[in-house]
Design a protein around this ligand. Structure first.
Ligand code: SD4
Length: 313
């Protein structure tokens, strides 16, 4: 019998590890527990980067990305660009359980959710919309006189650097009493993303990867950089090769730094978490992310600050 452990990204991950930790203590499977934990963050309108109430894309659409993975069976499911359905992680789980596929996107993902009995709901909150207007990149471009956001006209509007609008994803990894691992990653993606943009969070191997025989890993930060290095699969393969979760996360931060430097795009602004089948946790981030993560070990919940890794110039 293993001692349950949960790790989740960012301070808002604390509620996720509290809920998941209790479920694991009651003997629930890892995947059930981490999805229950992630749901609490998705349902919290104060969290402006996960679930409803988040900051929408450049034209005001709020779309959700999520994936889930079971370490015992390697079963996984995902949705990307899901609109008007509250709990993207629950839909991702249904994709895993009810379809022969791994990833459904956009209209198809919503259609599937409706077939599965999920409700259509209004995703915006007044506070979310207000913040979206106030911080919109077009406002900055045109000076403060511009009150409302414009539509996207052409190349100049499309190739806008929105990495400063990077906002936070909840990734939750858990180890259950039977020694099995489960993971979930759920987000509304980058604020002001172009319509149709998909980040790392619903991509198995990028935002999340889980294998009982090696470990579980997840990511948060600028999804383009995480996809570029296959971040989560990279970490799990490091653990398979004998690295600790901490070493695996630091290697991922080094890799993402190295690719960013090579492309002249530093800082990369990414953070990584990992959990081994023995229950050891690890976390690392690129510089100036101030990345904190939540852990629940033996029923004790705490926030920890991740080690930041600078680029090797
Ligand atoms: C994305 N990785 O869509 C997500 C956003 C995020 O901290 O996690 N930001 O790129």
């Amino acid at each position: 019998m293993a001692d349950p452990v949960v790790i989740a990204t960012w301070p808002f991950g604390k509620s996720a590890v509290e809920i998941a930790g209790k479920q694991l203590a009651d003997g629930k499977p890892a995947l059930d527990a981490v999805i229950a934990g992630a749901k609490a963050v998705e349902d919290d309108p104060q969290v402006r980067s996960v679930g409803f109430g988040s900051l929408p894309d450049r034209i005001g659409r709020l779309t959700l990305d999520s994936c889930v993975m079971d370490g015992k069976t390697l079963n996984c499911g995902a949705v990307a660009g899901l609109e008007h359905v509250r709990n993207a992680s629950a839909v991702a789980r249904r994709v895993m359980e009810k379809t022969p596929h791994v990833l459904l996107v956009g209209e198809g993902a919503r259609w599937f959710a409706l077939q599965e009995g999920f409700k259509l709901e209004m995703p915006h909150t007044l506070e979310g919309i207000r913040e979206w207007f106030d911080r919109h990149p077009d406002k900055k471009k045109d000076g403060e006189k511009k009150d409302a956001a414009r539509v996207i006209h052409g190349p100049d509007d499309i190739n806008v650097d929105i990495s400063e609008f990077n906002h936070d994803t909840v990734t939750v990894l858990g180890l259950d009493k039977s020694g099995s691992l489960g993971g979930v990653c759920t987000t509304s993606g980058l604020a002001y993303k172009l319509p149709g943009r998909v980040g790392d969070s619903p991509i198995i191997g990028a935002g999340l990867y889980v294998d009982d025989q090696a470990g579980a890993a997840g990511a948060t930060g600028v999804g383009e950089e995480i996809i570029r290095i296959g971040g989560s699969l990279f970490m799990v393969e490091q653990m398979r090769a004998g690295k600790t979760p901490q070493e695996a996360c630091e290697l991922a931060a080094r890799r993402v730094n190295a690719t960013a430097v090579r492309r002249g795009k530093h800082p990369a602004n990414c953070a990584f978490i990992a959990l081994s089948p023995k229950g050891e946790v690890g976390a690392a981030a690129t510089l100036k992310t101030n990345f904190e993560f939540a852990v629940s070990i033996g029923g004790k919940v705490e926030l920890r600050k991740a080690r930041e890794i600078g680029p090797e110039m």
